[in-house]
Design a protein around this ligand. Structure first.
Ligand code: SF4
Ligand code: SF4
Ligand code: FES
Length: 319
């Protein structure tokens, strides 16, 4: 792997946890800032120790691949990594996948190559603290109105937070954002909700490297960094999107959702109001949220079948 880290994001300082993102001009459209992949001889393997367990993986594997082969003591999330064999990732953007190695200290497991003889631990204080800090940083720029989110129940950020027993992210959540980014509902196929975006870059890579459509990009810098369009369009409708939907498929949060599914996972509670991701109050409409026909209770089924004549019990004269 190249040691040139100039265009890749760095691990935020625990004392002063401001994420340092690469500038847009440092990101090459299409491949963004993928770490260069070493050319390896086919059939070569690497044997390493993960949490005391010896594991042998093919030489082009990452430390994340190696941890997935073992019963690691700790849960290692990997939010910006999708599936490198699908040409998406490793991204090295979110740093939720940190592990500690004897040889190189704390490193992102999704992009660090598994080398022969390495000793890796997922359960050290440093590794788990780095993962927790980085997850909390992602959550601090995310509002957690999950019950009105189209991805509720199928959101990777939610899954990872649950797996990590996150109760209260240490930097808070962006629930009281002064100015929400408006939803981009211009496309009949895909909704963009930038308030839910964790800037993982998966969609950019799916659109540019897999679909080769070159529609999306990450634009801006600092707190203004956002998903935008390569043709400088303001809305999805004015972009060059061909509506293939791949970006929504790989998005780990509710930032890109297929239009037909935007409300699919909300939990409308009659009598309650809820806020959606841009702070708009959603009220339960009585006619809309009446309970629909439910599966009959076993008791009901019994009394119904007792009342209805069947072939085995033909109607009597009294009927
Ligand atoms: S739906 Fe549009 S923006 Fe998304 S991957 Fe396809 S072409 Fe790109
Ligand atoms: S829109 Fe989704 S896939 Fe794209 S960067 Fe944001 S969170 Fe990641
Ligand atoms: S999954 Fe490794 S940096 Fe995001």
């Amino acid at each position: 792997m190249s040691t040139d880290q100039s265009s890749t994001p760095r691990v935020p300082d625990v004392e002063n946890p401001q994420p340092t993102m690469p500038l847009t001009e440092d990101i090459r459209p299409g491949t963004a800032n993928d770490p260069p992949v070493e050319t390896v001889e086919p059939d070569r393997t690497a044997t390493l120790t993960v949490d005391g367990e010896s594991v042998t993986v093919s030489a082009e594997s990452t430390l994340l691949d190696a941890t997935e082969e073992t019963d690691t003591d700790d849960y290692v999330p990997a939010l910006c990594s999708y599936d490198e064999h699908d040409e998406i990732g490793p991204r090295s953007e979110c740093r939720t996948c940190m592990v500690e190695t004897e040889e190189h200290g704390v490193v992102p497991s999704c992009s660090f190559p598994a080398q022969d003889g390495m000793t890796v631990r997922t359960d050290t204080t440093e590794a788990s603290e780095a993962r927790d800090v980085n997850l909390d940083l992602l959550l601090s720029n995310h509002n957690l109105r999950c019950t009105t989110c189209g991805k509720n129940g199928r959101c990777e950020l939610q899954d990872v937070s649950i797996e990590n027993d996150v109760v209260e992210p240490r930097y808070g959540v962006f629930d009281d954002r002064d100015a929400y980014e408006p939803l981009d509902d211009s496309s009949p196929f895909i909704q963009i909700d930038r308030n839910k975006c964790i800037l993982c870059n998966r969609c950019v890579e799916a659109c540019n490297d897999v679909q080769v459509e070159g529609v999306l990009r990450i634009e801006g810098s600092g707190e203004d960094t956002r998903i935008g369009f390569q043709n400088d369009a303001e809305t999805m409708m004015d972009s060059t999107c061909v509506s293939c939907g791949h970006c929504a498929t790989v998005c780990p949060t509710g930032a890109l959702v297929e239009q037909g599914l935007t409300d699919a996972a909300t939990i409308p509670l009659p009598g309650f109001t809820q806020e959606n991701s841009i702070g708009k109050t959603v009220e339960a409409e009585n006619d809309r949220f009446q309970p629909g026909p439910a599966t009959p209770m076993k008791g009901d089924q019994k009394s119904e079948s007792a009342a209805e004549p069947t072939a085995e019990s033909p109607p009597t004269e009294d009927d």
